[in-house]
Design a protein around this ligand. Structure first.
Ligand code: ZN
Ligand code: ZN
Length: 409
C-alpha cells in the first residue's frame, strides 16, 4: 500500500502536473487527505518545486457555514483568497486538486446559497478560471478516498473495507497497479490521441445521439472545432494531464446547435447534493424544459446560474466498454463517473476546443459559437445501447458509436 501510494503521488506530480524545476505547486486538499498531501509536498520539493503551498478545505466547516452563517456572507468572497488564487496563477504555479468529498455533504443546504457563493467566487477570480480553462497554467485533478465518500460508494462494507476498495479502484483507474505507471500512461495517451486524430480528420458537422433511455439529441459542432484527449499543453508547450484518470475525447458543441432530448444515465453530484433521473430538452442550443426525479431544485439552480449554464459547453466520448466503466462502480464523483461514460457539460466550453480560441475573448468566442458561463458541469449520458452517428459537411453519415462503444472508423 505504502509503495502504491508513493507511486501514485509521484505519478500526479511527474506525469499529471509534470512539474518543472523552480515552479510553484499549489495543492488543494481536503483535511481528511492530509497524509497523502504531505507525501505530495515531499515529492514536490524533491522534484525541484520553488514552493509547495497547501490550501486545505474542510467539508464539515463548509457545511456549518452554509447552514448557519448570516445570509449576506454568500455574496462575498474573502479578499485574502482572491489574492491567493490571483498571485499564484500569475506566478505560473501548477495547481493540483484532490477531489474527494461526501457526495451528500450539502444536501440539507439551500442550493441558492451555494450558487450565490459560487457566483461570488467566479466573479472575483475570473482571471484564475480563465487561465485554467485556457490551459495557460498546468493543472491536474485527482482523487483520494475519504471515509464518507467510500461508505457512499460501498454502503454494505465497514468504513475500513470501503476505504480499501475505493483505493483499489482508484489505483486501477489511474494505472498505478501496473508495473510501470508512467509507461502505461504514455501508451494510454497515444491510444486516446489516435482516436482524437480520426475524429478531427472527419471534421463532423453534427452528431446524433440515440438510446432506449429516451435520448434523441442532435449536436452541431462549430467550424474549426478540435477534438482533444489524453493530455494538454500550455501555450509554451508544457504537457500535462488535467484529469487523472482520463478516458475521454472531447470538443465543444456549437452553442446554438443543440436540439432534442437527453436523458442522464448516472446520478450527478453537484456541490454536495445528488441529482438523479434527470433529463433536458434543448431548442437551438438552449434548455427549454427539464425534469429530475431527485434534486430538482439543485438542477434548477445549476441551470439558472447564468444564461450560459442553459447551453452546452462540452461533448465527450467514452466507450461503455472501458476500464473504469467495466469496474461497475458508481463513484458519485464526476472525475470517475465522467470517465466511465459519454458525457456533456452545461456551461463554459474550453476555448482550446476551437482553432485560435485561446486568443479570443468571451465576445469573440460567442461569435464563433463557443459557450461561456461561470459554471462548467459535466453530466453522464452514455449507456450500453447508445448510438452516435456523425454527419459530415457533405452529408455522409458515419457510425461513431454502436451499442455504447466506439466503432473503429
Ligand atoms: Zn469531460
Ligand atoms: Zn467537463
Amino acid at each position: 500500500m505504502e509503495t502504491q501510494l508513493k507511486k501514485y503521488a509521484e505519478l500526479l506530480v511527474k506525469t499529471g502536473i509534470n512539474l518543472k524545476k523552480d515552479q510553484i505547486l499549489v495543492l488543494r486538499s481536503p483535511i481528511e487527505c492530509a497524509e497523502f498531501a504531505r507525501m505530495i509536498v515531499e515529492i514536490g520539493y524533491d522534484a525541484g518545486a520553488k514552493e509547495v503551498v497547501v490550501l486545505w478545505n474542510d467539508e464539515v466547516c463548509s457545511k456549518l457555514t452554509y447552514l448557519k452563517a448570516p445570509d449576506a456572507l454568500f455574496d462575498t468572497f474573502p479578499s485574502y483568497l482572491k489574492e491567493f488564487y490571483l498571485s499564484y496563477v500569475r506566478q505560473d504555479a501548477a495547481f493540483l486538486s484532490i477531489s474527494a468529498s461526501d457526495p451528500e455533504n450539502l444536501k440539507e443546504v439551500d442550493p441558492v446559497r451555494i450558487q450565490r457563493y459560487q457566483r461570488a467566487f467566479s466573479a472575483e477570480v475570473s482571471e484564475y478560471r480563465q487561465r485554467m480553462m485556457n490551459n495557460e497554467n498546468v493543472w491536474c485533478v485527482a482523487s483520494v478516498p475519504t471515509p464518507k465518500w467510500a461508505s457512499k460508494v460501498f454502503p454494505d462494507e465497514t468504513v475500513e473495507v470501503a476505504m480499501d476498495k475505493l483505493w483499489t479502484a482508484i489505483f486501477k483507474a489511474v494505472r498505478v497497479n501496473t508495473p510501470d505507471p508512467v509507461q502505461a500512461w504514455e501508451q494510454h495517451k497515444d491510444a486516446l490521441k489516435k482516436q482524437m486524430k480520426i475524429l478531427n480528420a472527419y471534421n463532423f458537422k453534427s452528431l446524433h445521439y440515440k438510446n432506449t433511455l429516451g435520448t434523441d439529441l442532435s449536436i452541431e459542432l462549430p467550424a474549426g472545432h478540435i477534438w482533444l484527449g489524453g493530455s494538454d499543453f500550455t501555450p509554451d508547450g508544457h504537457e500535462f494531464i488535467a484529469n487523472m484518470p482520463t478516458e475521454e475525447i472531447f470538443t465543444a458543441p456549437l452553442r446554438t446547435g443543440v436540439n432534442g432530448r437527453v436523458v442522464s444515465s448516472m446520478p450527478l453530484n453537484v456541490s454536495g447534493s445528488l441529482i438523479e433521473g434527470f433529463e433536458l430538452t434543448f431548442k437551438d442550443g438552449r434548455v427549454v424544459d427539464y425534469k429530475a426525479e431527485v434534486g430538482y431544485e439543485n438542477l434548477k439552480q445549476l441551470l439558472e446560474t447564468d444564461e450560459g449554464s442553459l447551453y452546452l459547453g462540452e461533448v465527450a466520448l467514452v466507450s461503455y466498454d472501458s476500464p473504469i466503466s467495466n469496474m461497475g462502480i458508481l463513484f458519485y464523483n464526476t472525475l470517475f463517473d465522467e470517465n466511465a461514460s459519454c458525457h456533456l457539460a452545461l456551461g463554459k466550453a474550453y476555448p482550446v476546443c476551437v482553432k485560435g480560441g485561446e486568443h479570443m475573448d468571451s465576445a469573440a468566442l460567442m461569435a464563433n459559437g463557443i459557450n461561456d458561463s461561470i459554471t462548467h458541469e459535466d453530466f453522464m449520458v452514455g449507456t450500453k445501447d447508445l448510438s452516435i452517428i456523425g454527419i459530415t459537411h457533405t452529408g455522409e453519415k458515419v457510425e461513431i458509436f454502436r451499442n455504447g462503444n466506439f466503432v473503429t472508423i
